[in-house]
Design a protein around this ligand. Sequence first.
Ligand code: GDD
Ligand code: MG
Length: 370
Amino acid sequence: MKALILAGGFGTRLRPISCTRPKLLFPIANKPILDLTLRRLAESGVTEVILAVSFMADALERAFGKSKHRIRLHYSRDSLPDSSSAALGTGGAIKQAENLLRTEECFFALNGDILSEANYLKILQHHREKGRMATIALQRVEDPSRYGVVKLSKEGLIEEFVEKPTKDAPSNLVNAGIYVFNSEIFEYIQPGKACSIEREVFPKISKERKLLGHEISSLWIDVGKPVDYIKANRIWIARQVEASRFPLKGTDVEKNASIQQPVCIDENVGIGKNSEIGPNVSIGRGCLIGADVRIQGSIIFPSVEIRDQTTITGTIIGEGVKIGEKVTIGKGCLIGDRVTIRDGVRLVNNVKVCPYREVSSNASRGQCVI
Ligand code: GDD
Ligand code: MG
């Protein structure tokens, strides 16, 4: 069985951290989201995956190479006839991979930015039993407005599909970004053109009664927004606690530092005395944390240095960031890769700092340091 993973979005809502890395390389419990998805596909018997890449394609190819978890990886790059590369949209990117998939009777297609424990094989079984052209996994959510929303008939056919409805969503059952398609889907997308499968194809095939829905109720989070990314990380590290018990190779936690689980700490991390780490914190490989530091509910990417008496809460800190002494970083901040934050600075309430900047004065409430 083959699968296609849509991996070429810009990750706009995760800027500025996504300025320097594609969304699928964002770590969850210190592993790229893509790694987690590939592992689950491998467990479901998938042996070949096509990564539909565009934005920062090289970074993805460098990180994952030709195979992972015994899955053979192919890279299909968005491109338009009149320009070397351009985003094709979800439908265009699927069409671009037609040569690699058209021989399959059916294949999985996934949005790559979803942390999910959905049972792919059950979705496939449903698809085969009901015998239509496409099946979409559906998740029930409280606020459907930022998803694709469906109206489902009693026999399980999607009668209406509306992408991000501006008013009156037909239900609270939404597209979970997990699909099974028969190769006939390619006939519905024009080659060499940008196309949104959600806006252009699903509404059409639902009218033709070719689109099935299959409700799932397992863990499911789209990590595209900072709050949801932090939530996904929190849930996932809670499941990893056993796996992340000390000692880890090269990791050195001072005896009187306190680790409040769930916490996920990678290799070669140093944590100084009296520091309190957790709950709900992940710390990437090679981070150095001083004494009397407090970190809660945050994601710290690899190779970050944090000096003494600094406090970090509800924040995402990019790779290679250097943070001085007595710094406070609070709720909803996004600190880009390789930023330097000087001693005593306070950043609170959704401050964003672009990569490589140096911050020497306080900022608050949605300020953006560019
Ligand atoms: N190759 C390629 N090219 N990939 C793309 C492109 C593109 O032009 N645009 C988006 N993608 C990838 C993204 O990287 C992501 O993995 C996936 O397609 C979905 O794009 P998002 O930008 O994350 O869409 P969304 O979250 O607003 O909405 C989608 O996901 C929801 C579920 O979380 C839609 O499919 C909704 O209908 C759905 O409910
Ligand atoms: Mg998304």
